[in-house]
Design a protein around this ligand. Structure first.
Ligand SMILES: Cc1ncc(COP(=O)(O)O)c(C=O)c1O
Length: 349
């Protein structure tokens, strides 16, 4: 199997580009440029029990999440990032050779985890506007695929999938995983459908909106019986003490974090308008904290390399479906200005 294609760590970038870390502009990981809540830093520096193992059932965090999501704590499972929850889902449902539906192009971990658990990837391409092919996904599920993953908003395209489309997929009775990693930026969720559907799983993360990607906290919202099995098979100490504290403190500081989310959403619009101003770029409308842009044939790598030389890191995917696209995370206003200035140089050449 192919390894997951990870984003380059800052330490490596700074050496490669010969530019000091503080001057790098990191717009390749959909992280929150405003960082975590000040409450997180304070709580982490004051915590006296780092020598004690964490609560293996993450009780306090799951109770806080129950309030935040509006679903009982016994339906919530927390992981070291939602990446780990994706892995748990495979561990529970996938025997070697079982089909997993992947609506491509999309987030790479569904493919990666399927292969790691020896499942069979059923790749179903999205259309030109990146909407999922509901008929084809339903057909694959009706023909025996066990699980379908739908990221909404989708990474890297930024578009959501409608409630009606998700309901159609749920009608097959197969497990449908709606990955809402960017929910806080889209405001759209399938959680209310959980009341009537025992085959719906919703994934969320603290990495994007709460500014704690480095601490790794994600969670899944499950039908109660599935959550019960997952709690049995997950490693006991999968979420460390610092991660649990950071997530709990983030949930206590929603006003502050929602303010930064608002700023990022406003900046998303400004970045979109600026990108649309370049005749050689076509940005796609986004409900997340990044924008996908088509760059014309054979231009995307050049733009990526040229930006990288200037210390600006964006995402380029070296795959057939995405070879002419770049993805830019929404940063601070000064980051948008730097990208636009650099693109002016690069695209006018
Ligand atoms: C759609 C989607 N799901 C999940 C993740 C993983 O998030 P986490 O940091 O919680 O593992 C990402 C991260 O890029 C993502 O884009």
């Amino acid at each position: 199997m192919k390894p997951y294609s990870y984003i380059t760590p800052l330490e490596v970038m700074t050496e490669d580009a010969g530019i000091p870390i503080e001057r790098l502009i990191k717009l390749d990981g959909n992280e929150n440029p405003y960082g975590c809540s000040p409450r997180v830093k304070k709580a982490l520096s004051n915590y006296p029990y780092y020598h004690i193992y964490p609560d293996s059932e993450q009780r306090e965090l799951r109770r806080a999440l129950a309030d935040y999501v509006g679903i009982p704590a016994d339906q919530i499972v927390v992981g070291s990032g939602s990446d780990e929850i994706i892995d748990f889902i495979m561990r529970l449902f996938i025997d070697p050779g079982n089909g997993v539906v992947n609506c491509v192009p999309t987030f790479g971990m569904y493919h990666f985890s399927t292969e790691a658990w020896a499942g069979k990837i059923v790749s179903i391409p999205r259309d030109k506007g990146f909407a999922i092919d509901v008929r084809a996904v339903k057909k694959a599920l009706n023909e025996g695929a066990k699980v379908a993953f739908v990221a909404s908003p989708n990474n890297p395209s930024g578009n959501t999938t409608s409630r009606e489309d998700i309901l159609e997929l749920l009608g097959t009775g197969a497990i449908v995983v709606v990955d809402e990693a960017y929910y806080e930026f889209s405001g759209q969720t399938m959680v209310p459908l959980m009341a009537d559907h025992d085959n719906l799983i919703v994934l969320r993360t603290f990495s994007k909106w709460a500014g704690i990607a480095g601490l790794r906290v994600g969670y899944g919202i499950f039908p109660e019986n599935i959550a019960r099995h997952l709690m049995k098979i997950k490693p006991p100490y999968n979420v460390n003490v610092a991660a649990q504290i950071a997530a709990i403190e983030s949930l206590k500081d929603l006003d502050h974090l929602q303010q930064t989310i608002k700023v990022i959403i406003t900046e998303r619009q400004r970045l979109f308008t600026k990108l649309a101003g370049f005749s050689r770029l076509k940005p796609y409308p986004s409900d997340a904290n990044f924008i996908l842009c088509s760059a014309g044939s054979n231009q995307a790598t050049r733009i990526y390399q040229e930006l990288r030389r200037r210390g600006i890191l964006i995402r380029y995917f070296d795959t057939p479906l995405l070879k002419d696209y770049i993805r830019i995370s929404v940063g601070k206003p000064e980051h948008t200005d730097a990208v636009v200035a650099a693109l002016n140089e690069i695209l006018l050449k």
